[in-house]
Write a new protein. Structure first.
Ligand code: NAD
Ligand code: WQD
Length: 425
């Protein structure tokens, strides 16, 4: 697709080759959005791009429609080259011209005075961005590493975002979807009821509690146990402040609960360069025999089987949540210039239930060792999903069994890839 000669618009997906980004890019293509991916491959591989293309091509072949464009720039989103990319994805039109006389000479003749001039046209140029929206996934995400290397996290997740927003403002790109996290609820998660967006707000917000009484949500967060968690809270606060200063922004901060699962083909999934520490990727290493047993952190939580409860959401449902956010923003359903949404299922499962589900799918035993609670963990973290259901018109559809089936499929495919990367166009 020739950017200069067409009127096509793009969604810019920053961090689009990572775990959640790659699934979202595929869903965007399926919904006919042209996509521009920015990723520095710090936690992903270029082969993911080929895999997204393969799946999108399969889809468009089946529906007999042309495939939208998918562009990729390997770039740190903090690099000065981002400006060049944004210039490239802009169109320019002359909105006003005036004549200027850089050279002229007066000649006195019999009939009066004649002006000899070389006229130069000067004009006012209007720049329009071809980027109609941004989905921002790029961040470092290891809780444990963030405690050891906080500056690495604040630099990428917070400082990077501040500079990036300044650039977007310059190009008048104000439609922004941000990857936030249930981590912003900190210790409020331990309150034992599904978390509502008002449990963490950035300005005073009125809401109704479970008895229907009007309450004031106080700004701030409590018990954020890691620099990673704080970086997400800070990013949200920055976004809320921008929206307050300039309500022409449309910013949705999507608070993911526990993203799991992968594309049903087994071609896309969670494949980080970093050593995995989240439950399901760790279980996958036990299933493949790389790790001898799963350490279950904490068996003394106040939950039905003593192990922690989480709201596990299938990554394809999550990906669709981003498209719902773009659509809701375009349709004016997002209530304010900055709005937060929980993306979860509204249902909790214990760690033990996850292990059982994967054992049943894989028909393999997962050896477990009971271990002490992990530092900073909470016992219960489940989403109240009403706001996303009403305003984004989005709802998670897949079950824990779907997650297990797809993860197992992906785990097997990694050992025996269906499409070797070098054979993909
Ligand atoms: P991921 O590491 O798989 O994906 C992030 C992508 O961003 C990677 O491809 C990485 O190479 C890229 N990236 C990182 N820094 C970059 C930079 N400076 N410039 C360009 N590209 C850069 O992570 P993910 O699980 O897909 O998470 C995506 C987002 O969602 C992150 O912001 C994360 O904090 C947030 N989030 C993730 C989870 C989760 O459990 N996976 C939960 C809540 C929120
Ligand atoms: C889930 C449960 C563990 C591994 C983290 C981040 C959060 C968000 C999502 C980005 C917990 C237990 C795990 C293992 C185990 N990320 N567990 N043995 O901690 O809920 O959330 O990822 O924003 O910010 O904190 O997810 O998958 O690590 O753990 O027993 O080897 O599984 O203790 O109870 P968590 P998780």
């Amino acid at each position: 697709l020739d950017i200069a000669s067409s009127n096509a618009t793009f969604i810019m997906v920053v961090g689009g080759l990572g775990y959640i980004g790659s699934h979202t890019v595929l869903e965007l293509l399926k919904e006919n959005y042209n996509v521009l991916i920015i990723d520095d491959l710090s936690n992903s591989y270029e082969s993911v791009l080929h895999r997204i293309r393969t799946l999108a091509m399969e889809h468009f072949k089946t529906v007999h429609k042309p495939m939208p464009a998918i562009h990729f720039r390997q770039l740190d989103y903090r690099s000065s080259r981002m400006r060049t990319v944004l210039e490239e994805y802009s169109s320019y039109s002359v909105i006003e011209t005036t004549a200027r006389f850089p050279y002229s000479s007066l000649q006195r003749t019999d009939s009066g005075i004649e002006l000899e001039a070389e006229v130069e046209q000067v004009g006012l140029v209007h720049r329009t961005s071809r980027i109609s929206g941004v989905i921002h996934f790029a961040a470092y995400k290891s809780v444990e590493e963030s405690i050891r290397m906080p500056l690495k996290y604040y630099s990428n997740n917070v400082c990077g975002l501040v500079d990036f927003l300044g650039l977007l403002e310059e190009f008048n790109i104000k439609n922004f979807v941000f990857s936030s996290s249930a981590t912003v609820y900190g210790e409020k998660a331990n309150c034992g009821v599904p978390l509502r967006e008002e449990h963490c707000v950035h300005h005073h917000e009125t809401f109704y509690d479970h008895e229907g009484n009007e309450q004031q949500a106080l700004p701030g967060a409590i018990g954020l146990t890691s620099p990673y968690g704080r970086s997400k809270f800070m990013c949200e606060s920055i976004l809320a402040d921008i929206a307050r200063s300039d309500p022409s922004w449309s910013i949705t901060a999507l608070r993911y609960f526990n993203p799991v699962g992968c594309h049903e083909s087994g071609l896309l999934g969670e494949d980080p360069r970093q050593k995995p520490s989240n439950l399901i990727p760790v279980v996958a290493t036990v299933l493949t025999g790389v790790k001898p047993a799963l350490d279950v952190f904490g068996t003394d939580w106040n939950t039905p089987d003593g192990t922690a409860v989480r709201d596990f959401i299938h990554v394809v449902d999550l990906a669709r949540g981003h498209i719902a956010a773009l659509a809701a923003s375009a349709a004016g359903r997002v209530k304010s210039a900055f709005r937060t949404y929980n993306l979860g299922t509204g249902r909790g499962h214990t760690v033990r239930e996850v292990v059982n589900s994967l054992e049943a799918t894989a028909q393999r035993k997962i050896p477990v060792r009971e271990a002490a609670r992990r530092d900073g963990d909470v016992g219960f973290c489940v989403a109240e999903v009403r706001r996303a259901e009403v305003e984004l018109q989005w709802k998670a559809e897949k079950t824990l069994a779907d997650c297990s089936r797809d993860v197992w499929n992906f785990t097997k495919a990694r050992c025996n890839p269906r499409v070797p990367d070098e054979m993909v166009p």
